[in-house]
Design a binder for this molecule. Structure first.
Ligand code: NI
Ligand code: MN
Length: 227
């Protein structure tokens, strides 16, 4: 059985055969964070969807301490390698087999700049991840608006889709529900909402809009879902 644990905002811990991973580990400064960056001692991979602070988060600190390999786009990897991290660079549409299963970097409509002091460093294109764990596909959309490309995911047999619903920077409840119609996952977990005033959303309303299209699982930070 594979497990994902919601850590707040867009951060998840994913565990399955051959994989202990984090996705977008923004914990320090995350008002929703269910645990601290220091909690993770054994870690194989950190999957990073884009360079914004609420996703890059504690990546550098956690990867340095645990020796985890960061999987991200080429530009983010270039930046992180210069900070001394071990990285595996991919790019949009690219798929690769890792020891635990296959990973594909999926498109997202969003930015990826890295804010360092008052400088904005180019972070390539924002993306999402399709991660195969124990033969089952987990999709983390990253930050994105609704895109027609999501229709392609209907052919990927997505078991769980992690979709942003907070609006303003990403899809709102309506658009995320439309995304569910395109992706056709077995279950969907809303994320990236209620962390800050700008991304307030109603997960119950999202569930109503999804209706019978998928099983909606609303996770509180710290809660797990097995799949
Ligand atoms: Ni972002
Ligand atoms: Mn974000």
């Amino acid at each position: 059985m594979a497990t994902i644990r919601f850590l707040g905002h867009a951060a998840f811990h994913v565990e399955g055969e051959g994989l202990k991973g984090l996705i977008d580990p923004f914990l320090t400064g995350n008002p929703q964070a269910s645990e601290g960056a220091g909690n993770f001692t054994e870690l194989d991979f950190i999957f990073l969807t884009h360079g914004h602070g609420d996703h890059l988060g504690d990546t550098v600190q956690i990867a340095k301490r645990t020796g985890a390999t960061v999987v991200a786009n080429f530009e983010l990897c270039h930046y992180l390698e210069r900070k001394g991290l071990k990285c595996h660079a991919m790019h949009i549409g690219g798929r690769r087999r890792f020891p635990f299963g296959r990973v594909k970097l999926t498109p997202a409509f969003h930015g990826s700049g890295i804010l360092e002091g008052d400088r904005m460093i180019y972070g390539g294109l924002a993306g999402g991840f399709l991660i195969e764990v124990e033969g089952k596909n987990l999709y983390h959309a990253g930050d994105t608006g609704l895109t027609k490309e999501m229709e392609l995911l209907a052919e990927e047999d997505v078991r769980i889709a992690l979709l942003p619903i907070g609006g303003n920077f990403v899809m709102d409840e309506e658009d995320a529900a439309r995304a569910v119609g395109m992706i056709r996952p077995e279950a969907v977990v809303p994320m990236h909402y209620d962390t800050f005033d700008l991304v307030k959303a109603d997960a119950g309303r999202f569930a109503d809009l999804v209706g019978d299209a998928a099983r909606v699982v609303i996770l509180q930070p710290g809660q797990e879902l097995r799949f």
